[in-house]
Design a protein around this ligand. Structure first.
Ligand SMILES: C[S@@+](CC[C@H](N)C(=O)[O-])C[C@H]1O[C@@H](n2cnc3c(N)ncnc32)[C@H](O)[C@@H]1O
Length: 387
C-alpha cells in the first residue's frame, strides 16, 4: 500500500475527533495538522511485545496495522539487541494525545524556531513543519538510520525540516537560537546546552526522570541565569535518553539480588514505583544515581518480590503480597538503604499534604544544580537532585 492508496483520511479525522473529545485538541490549527499529516507514512511497521517477551511485527498491508496507526496509542517502531541478547525498544511513535498535550503546553507561535530532541519516526516534526513551516523546525536523533528514514518520509510528503544525527544533549548549536525546545526522550538532568541555545523567555519542555517513574514533564522558561518552571499536572513517561546509537546497556542487576541476605524490616507502602512517582523523584536526592527496577521469584500468583537496585551495589526487595495487617516484608542491603530513604521522603511528602505535580517546579542553573521546589522557587521546601 502506498501513502496515496490507503484510506487514511477518515481514520485521521476520527483520531482528531477522539483527541478533541478528550480535550487535548481544542486548537483548530493543531486539529488541521492531525487531520492532514498521515501518521501511517511514519509508522510503516510497529512491534508488540508478547507475554513471553518476544516481539511480533505488524506491517503495512494489513487493516490491523492501519487501524492501530490511527488509534491513540504509542507504537514501538525500532528495536535493538542488548549486550545480553535481549531486544529492547530504541524508538517509538509517541501516543498522539501526549504529543498534542505537549505541543499545546509548548505554546509555539508563528515564526518561532523549534528544536526537537528525538526525531524518531519524524511524525512530530511533520506536525510542527505543517503548522510552522520547514524553516522553523529542527530535529536531532542519536539514531543515524532513524534520521535517514525520517528524512525520506518527511520528504515524501513534501516536508523539509532540518534533521541531524547527534547526541541531543548537545542541542543543535549550528542553528541556534531557538524559541522552543521539546524533548521526546527523558533525561536525568537538563543539559545546560539547551539553555544556551534557547532565547531568553523561550521554553524548554522535557521529561525529567531519575528512574522509570521518578519524574515527569516539566516546562522550563529561560530566565537570565537559569531555567525554571513547573511540572505538568498530568504524569507522562518517555524512553530514556541513550548515550550511543545502540541499545542501552542493561543497568539492572535485579537477578543478582538474594532477598534472604538483606536486613529485614516491613512497610505498609505499595512497592510499585508508579504508585508514587512524586516521592520517588523527591527521594532521588538521597538515592543512587541509577536505579533499576524489576521482579524476582515468579510463582503461580505472579512475582514474589519487587526489587530496586542501585549502581553502587545498594538494593532492596519488597514482598508483593502484604500480610494480614497490610504490611509487606522488606529486605535491603548495600551502602544506601533504598527503601528506608524512600519511606522517609514518602513520610515528609505525606506530612506536606501529598502534593501532586501541579504544586512542584524545577530550577536548573548553569553549574548543573537541579532543585525541585514546592509551590514557589524560593519557598521553604526544596530537594536537590544529584547531578
Ligand atoms: C519516543 S521516540 C521519539 C518520537 C518522535 N518524536 C516521533 O515523533 O516519532 C524517542 C527518540 O529519542 C531518541 N534518542 C535517544 N537518545 C537520544 C539522544 N542522546 N539524542 C537524540 N535523540 C535520542 C531515540 O533514538 C528515539 O528515536
Amino acid at each position: 500500500m502506498t501513502s496515496t492508496s490507503v484510506n487514511w483520511q477518515i481514520r485521521a479525522r476520527r483520531l482528531a475527533q477522539q483527541l478533541a473529545d478528550t480535550g487535548v485538541l481544542d486548537d483548530p490549527a493543531w486539529r488541521a495538522a492531525v487531520e492532514s499529516v498521515p501518521r501511517h507514512v511514519f509508522v510503516p511497521r510497529f512491534y508488540v511485545q508478547q507475554p513471553d517477551g518476544e516481539w511480533s511485527e505488524t506491517a503495512a498491508d494489513s487493516d490491523a496495522w492501519l487501524d492501530a496507526v490511527y488509534e491513540d496509542v504509542p507504537l514501538v517502531t525500532a528495536l535493538a539487541e542488548t549486550d545480553n541478547g535481549a531486544r529492547v525498544t530504541v524508538s517509538s511513535s509517541t501516543k498522539p494525545a501526549l504529543m498534542l498535550r505537549m505541543l499545546r503546553a509548548l505554546q509555539v507561535r508563528a515564526g518561532h524556531r523549534v528544536l526537537e530532541i528525538g526525531s524518531g519516526t519524524g511524525y512530530n516534526a511533520a506536525l510542527l513543519a505543517h503548522r510552522f513551516g520547514d524553516e522553523n523546525v529542527f530535529t536531532v536523533d542519536i539514531g543515524a538510520a532513524l534520521v535517514d528514514t525520517a528524512r525520506e518520509r518527511l520528504a515524501e510528503l513534501g516536508y523539509t525540516p532540518t534533521l541531524a544525527v547527534g547526541d541531543g544533549r548537545n542541542g543543535l548549536p549550528e542553528h541556534a537560537p531557538y524559541d522552543r525546545v521539546i524533548a521526546t526522550c527523558s533525561v536525568p538532568t537538563v543539559p545546560w546546552a539547551w539553555a544556551e541555545q534557547v532565547r531568553h523567555g523561550g521554553l524548554v519542555l522535557v521529561d525529567v526522570k531519575r528512574g522509570a517513574h521518578a519524574g515527569n514533564l516539566v516546562l522550563l522558561r529561560r530566565e537570565e541565569d537559569r531555567l525554571e518552571g513547573r511540572f505538568l499536572p498530568k504524569w507522562a513517561g518517555f524512553m530514556a535518553i541513550r548515550d550511543h546509537d545502540a541499545a542501552p546497556p542493561s543497568k539492572s542487576s535485579v537477578g543478582r539480588v538474594h532477598p534472604e541476605d538483606g536486613e529485614r524490616t516491613s512497610t505498609p507502602l505499595d512497592p510499585a514505583p508508579w504508585s508514587a512517582p512524586v516521592p520517588w523523584l523527591l527521594a532521588s536526592a538521597g538515592l543512587p544515581r541509577h536505579l533499576g527496577f524489576g521482579h524476582l521469584g515468579f510463582t503461580g500468583d505472579g512475582p514474589e518480590w519487587a526489587v530496586f537496585t542501585g549502581d553502587d551495589g545498594s538494593w532492596c526487595a519488597i514482598r508483593m503480597q502484604p500480610d494480614g495487617h497490610g504490611e509487606r516484608e522488606v529486605r535491603q542491603g548495600g551502602p544506601v538503604a533504598i527503601w528506608g530513604e524512600f519511606e522517609t521522603v514518602h513520610g515528609e511528602w505525606e506530612a506536606l499534604g501529598r502534593p501532586g505535580w501541579d504544586r512542584l517546579g524545577l530550577t536548573v542553573t548553569a553549574d548543573g544544580q537541579h532543585r525541585v521546589w514546592l509551590d514557589e522557587p524560593d519557598g521553604a521546601h526544596g530537594w536537590s537532585l544529584p547531578t
